[in-house]
Structures are given as structure tokens and as C-alpha cells.
Design a protein around this ligand. Structure first.
Ligand code: FVH
Length: 297
């Protein structure tokens, strides 16, 4: 009989270690999609809460790992992965680690897993729990490590959020993740400074917020695209819209305004210091792209 009907028996069984806010959100999507799911959490109550939804609750990490070939870890940090899997038999397992960590931790964890007979993929989650299982929210996970292993499990991994594979180097998912998160905190720093500037004035922050959000959105896309192309070409002076000399002059206005408003410049001054250092070695006709290389130690 030829049938394309998918039954739960055909869905890849998944073991999930870690049922914090993110792990629980992930678990619910695999259960809803009909994947047999075995769960383990250090604090048992969080795992038991998923039993009525169809999860099989394991009493130990070892029991959970034994239940499926595909084992997903979504724990607090790299140390908790080591603790949870200490002494657990990983022979023949495909370990997918969605725990946030550094690139070096990911590479070390890949070697650690391979020494224990497991194949390894690292993941960096670019989503918050409410985005999980909501495709239109745009969340995804960066994956790196074996391409073959990624392709093998891609459909299962794509159930909670999208997937973006970034290379064979196990550290690359973490590096992409941390790069995007670092940019996010830089953006939060700018927004924090902006709210501080208006804080003591008769300006409604709620009315101000969309002005701020729209301005950041309008600036970010063209700016990061221009920087990327200039880094590749090595030419930082073509198609410059807002040159360095003008921006350094403008920075004085921004710092003076902060002083007038009684706001510490601690979040924005480092960027301006870097721009001034660049200007000291250039004509000022270029873009800000040269500040990227000034950061390299
Ligand atoms: N939630 C978020 O907004 C972000 C979105 C981007 C990705 N992150 C990363 O996802 C990992 C898990 O985050 P989470 O939100 O699930 O975190 P928690 O709700 O705090 O749950 C932590 C789980 O880790 C378990 N755990 C902690 N320490 C240990 C340990 N030593 N041994 C075993 N398990 C451990 C903890 O267990 P319990 O406290 O319930 O017993 C939770 O299951 C994380 O890397 C984020 O950076 C989330």
C-alpha cells in the first residue's frame, strides 16, 4: 500500500533534557507535532507537568538518554550540561545542545561528546519562549557541527522554530548567537540612553517609544549591510552617506546634551572614543567601518 499519511509511530522520538522556560516551550511543540517525547528535568515537578500532554517522564538523565537516539539538551549553561550528563552512556546518541554557551565551550563539548561515542550538533536559539511554535514570529536556531547530522534531523529540529545551519565548526552557532545578542545589548544601551535623556522632561515615554523603535529599524538595515560590504571590499570610502568627521563633530552635541540633561554618557561614550581614535588616523571622509578593526586585540 502506498500512503503518504504520517503517523506518530513514524515521527522521530526525541529526548529533551531541561524543562525551564525554553525547554518547556520546545517540548510542547514536539508533543503537539506527534513526536514521542521523553523528558527529564533536575527538578522533577517541571517534567511531570508535561505528562498529561503525552510526555514520558524519565527518573534520571541516563534513563531519558537511553530512550531515544536524538537527545536535545536545553539547560542553563554549559556547566549544567556537563553535570546532567556526567557518567551517562552517550554511545550511539545524537546530542543536540541548545544551551547557550561560548564558541570554545561548544567546541569542547563537541569533542567531549565524540569521545563518548555520540555525534554532536550545537545550537544557538534566536527566539524567546513565546516565539516557539509560532512560525510567523520569526524565531530560529543557529546550528553548527556535522552537516550530515543536521540534515538527518533537520525536519525534527524545525518543529519548534526555524533552522539556520552556519557551518561544520561546532563553535559557529554559539559565535553567531553571541554576536547577535551582543548587537542586541548595544541597541538596548542606545535605547536606555535615549529614555534617560527624556526621563526628567514632560515627554511621554509611550509616545516616544515608536519614534525610537522606527528610527533604530530605519538605521540598522542599511548600516549593517554597508558595513558588511565594506569589510569584504576593504574600501571604506565609497558610497559614504554620513562621514566620520561629521559624525565625530556631531558626537560632541550628543555628549553635551547628555550633560545638560544630567545623564551619564557611560553607555554611548565608548563608541565615540573609538570614532575619535579612527579619525586621528584618517581623512575623516570614510564610514565608521574602520572602528570594527580597532576593536580587534
Ligand atoms: N528564555 C529565554 O528567553 C532565552 C532565549 C534564548 C535561549 N536561552 C537559553 O536557553 C537555555 C535554557 O533557558 P531557559 O529559559 O529554559 O532557562 P531556565 O528557565 O532558567 O531553565 C534552566 C534549566 O536548566 C536546568 N539546570 C540548571 N542548572 C542545572 C544543573 N546544574 N543540572 C541540571 N539541570 C540544570 C534547570 O533545572 P531546574 O532548575 O528546573 O531543576 C532548568 O531546566 C539557556 O542556555 C538560555 O541561555 C533562553
Amino acid at each position: 500500500m502506498n500512503t503518504t499519511t504520517s503517523t506518530n509511530a513514524q515521527k522521530t522520538p526525541v529526548t529533551l533534557l531541561g524543562l525551564g522556560a525554553m525547554g518547556t516551550a520546545l517540548a510542547r511543540t514536539w508533543l503537539a507535532a506527534g513526536h514521542p517525547l521523553t523528558v527529564w528535568n533536575r527538578t522533577p515537578g517541571r517534567a511531570e507537568a508535561l505528562a498529561p500532554e503525552g510526555a514520558k517522564v524519565a527518573d534520571s538523565a541516563a534513563e531519558a538518554v537511553a530512550a531515544s537516539t536524538l537527545v536535545i539538551a536545553c539547560l542553563l549553561d554549559d556547566a549544567s550540561v556537563g553535570t546532567a550528563l556526567d557518567g551517562v552512556d552517550l554511545t550511539g546518541k545524537d546530542l543536540v545542545n541548545l544551551t547557550t554557551g561560548t564558541p570554545a565551550e561548544a567546541r569542547a563539548r563537541a569533542a567531549w561528546a565524540e569521545e563518548r561515542g555520540a555525534r554532536y550538533l550545537d545550537g544557538g536559539i534566536m527566539a524567546v519562549p513565546p516565539m516557539v511554535g509560532v512560525p510567523e514570529a520569526g524565531g530560529y536556531v543557529f546550528y553548527s557541527g556535522s552537516r550530515q547530522l543536521f540534515d538527518l534531523h533537520r525536519a525534527t529540529l524545525a518543529v519548534p522554530v526555524g533552522t539556520t545551519y552556519v557551518g561544520e565548526d561546532a563553535g559557529f552557532a554559539a559565535l553567531h548567537d553571541v554576536a547577535l545578542l551582543s548587537a542586541m545589548y548595544g541597541m538596548f544601551a542606545g535605547a536606555t540612553h535615549a529614555f534617560a535623556l527624556i526621563r526628567r522632561e514632560n515627554i511621554d515615554p509611550v509616545a516616544f517609544a515608536p519614534l525610537l523603535g522606527d528610527w533604530i529599524k530605519a538605521m540598522v538595515d542599511p548600516s549593517v549591510g554597508q558595513t558588511a560590504h565594506q569589510l569584504v571590499s576593504g574600501d571604506f570610502t565609497t558610497d559614504v552617506v554620513s562621514n566620520l568627521a561629521m559624525q565625530v563633530a556631531g558626537a560632541k552635541t550628543l555628549l553635551t546634551t547628555a550633560e545638560e540633561q544630567g545623564v551619564s554618557p557611560e553607555l554611548i561614550r565608548p563608541q565615540f572614543d573609538l570614532m575619535r581614535r579612527l579619525l586621528a588616523t584618517s581623512t575623516g571622509k570614510e564610514d565608521l567601518t574602520g572602528t570594527v578593526d580597532l576593536l580587534l586585540k
